[in-house]
Design a protein around this ligand. Structure first.
Ligand SMILES: Nc1ncnc2c1ncn2[C@@H]1O[C@H](COP(=O)(O)OP(=O)(O)O)[C@@H](O)[C@H]1O
Ligand SMILES: O=C(O)[C@@H](O)C(=O)COP(=O)(O)O
Length: 419
């Protein structure tokens, strides 16, 4: 029976959250899509949806179905995981999904905290920073699907919900668990459905986690989950455990990149000097079949001891040009379909260790490969673990690392395969 039931709005976000919980001593399994059978045994079950950019009604429907499955399995607390950069549009989907979960759980209130200080995401006076820059000046204002042009999360969340949004400021969180708990209770009693909660350091996140021990619903990034294993441990529900090691796999290694974030563009720039690299020019050839044929021709003879890198990623001007030609969603779907097809071809040719860069891209790849669940293994960089995925026709499975576009050091695509 899971202690914590989690609903993640994309696949990289789900592994990020699972990674945090495993490091905190909880066993964690990531299930792909709304569960249609019994849930695996684990302290935390993370249902990974592709609901971040889905139509609102679909995101709400799938999130509620996931919530029901987790509650039916006995989960004591529900966690709604979204991006540490609060990726969403004025239509949603953070607000509408959170509203539906608040109602389903009869919670009346939920905290909202995307902070992830280890990766530079902090919240101060309700404003989200990425490193030293406001969210709206961090590069996220150019995201292909969810451009973030306002850093004030009280306003951003407020535009996505009919509930009122308050703030628990830094000064309160710094005063500790009891003050933070009281501030959230006061906001709930004064009719706020949400509180953006400031957090600048991991110590703040631990305080918030402890203060929310009795909340039926927590919403946020993986950072705010830091404090949750201790709550279950304090309640005598969580035995001491070691983080799981994964059984080794033998085969080729590859990286597929569909993220256009600054971090991923930098990682591609670094890796192209070290790894056999194919950069697809989607603007010149906006045709999934033709792009896949290019990749298949290229990879013959390239798969050997070295990992290979295939990227569709492009800088903002090229992304904008493709979107102007095809429309935003069609442009994203074209690239996702292309990379998913290439992933299937790589696996068919013996790739058994695969890094995928980009949340939507990871969703498309994992769906195409028919992966149903992921066991979480060792961390490569903060927020990105290796995972073990069973394939439908190969029980020994493959190792997959689903990298959030924004995460990882510059040498991530090499470092992933060290050791
Ligand atoms: N060259 C390109 N032009 C337009 N869109 C692209 C290009 N390359 C990738 N994309 C799309 O950009 C989106 C990136 O989102 P995602 O994979 O979630 O990355 P991130 O993790 O950075 O958010 C995907 O839909 C992807 O298909
Ligand atoms: O919280 C985060 O930043 C990540 O866990 C996450 O959600 C990643 O999403 P993408 O940037 O779309 O990969």
């Amino acid at each position: 029976m899971p202690l914590l039931g989690c609903i993640a709005d994309d696949f990289t976000g789900a592994t990020d959250l699972a990674n945090t919980l495993v490091k905190g001593g909880m066993s964690a399994v990531q299930v792909i899509g709304v569960p249609d059978g019994p849930l695996p045994e684990a302290d935390a079950v993370i249902v990974a949806l592709k609901s971040r950019t889905a139509p609102v009604a679909e995101a709400v429907r799938d999130s509620l179905a996931a919530c029901d499955a987790l509650l039916a399995a006995g989960a004591r607390q529900i966690f709604f995981k979204y991006c540490s950069t609060f990726d969403s549009t004025p239509e949603g989907n953070i607000g509408p999904v959170a509203d539906a979960l608040v109602r389903r759980l009869d919670a009346g209130f939920a905290l909202a905290c995307p902070a992830f200080p280890t990766n530079g995401r902090t919240v101060y006076q309700g404003h989200l920073f990425v490193g030293a820059a406001l969210l709206s000046e961090s590069g996220m204002e150019n995201h292909p699907l969810t451009p973030m042009r306002d850093a004030n999360l009280v306003r951003v969340l407020g535009a996505q919900t009919d509930g009122a949004v308050g703030l628990v400021p830094f000064a309160t969180v710094a005063r500790g668990t009891a003050e933070t708990r009281r501030a959230m209770t006061r906001l709930k009693e004064s009719g706020r459905r949400y509180a953006i909660v400031d957090a600048i350091t991991d110590a703040h996140l631990l305080t918030i986690g402890e203060a929310a021990a009795q909340h039926p619903l927590i919403t946020g990034g993986s950072g705010v989950a830091l404090g949750l294993p201790a709550n279950f441990r304090a309640a005598g529900l969580l035995p001491e455990r070691d983080a799981a090691a994964l059984p080794p796999v033998a085969g080729h290694a590859a990286v597929l990149a569909g993220s256009c974030s600054r971090a991923t563009l930098g990682q591609i720039g670094f890796a192209r000097d070290h790894l056999p690299t194919l950069e697809l020019d989607v603007l010149t050839t906006p045709d999934a079949d033709a792009l896949q044929r290019q990749a298949l021709d290229w990879m013959d003879g390239k798969l050997g001891d070295m990992p290979v890198l295939i990227a569709a990623s492009a800088p903002p001007d090229k992304v904008a040009a493709l979107q102007q030609r095809l429309g935003r969603d069609a442009a994203g779907a074209l690239v996702e379909e292309t990379l998913a097809g290439i992933a299937a071809a790589l696996v068919a040719r013996g790739v058994r260790r695969l890094v995928v860069a980009g949340g939507e891209t990871s969703g498309a790849v994992v769906s195409r490969l028919g992966v149903r669940s992921l066991r979480i293994g060792p961390e490569i960089d903060p927020g990105v673990p290796w995972t073990q995925a069973e394939l439908p026709d190969d029980a020994s499975g493959i190792h997959l690392a689903l990298k959030s576009g924004n995460f990882g050091a510059r040498d991530f695509f090499l470092k992933a395969f060290d050791g």
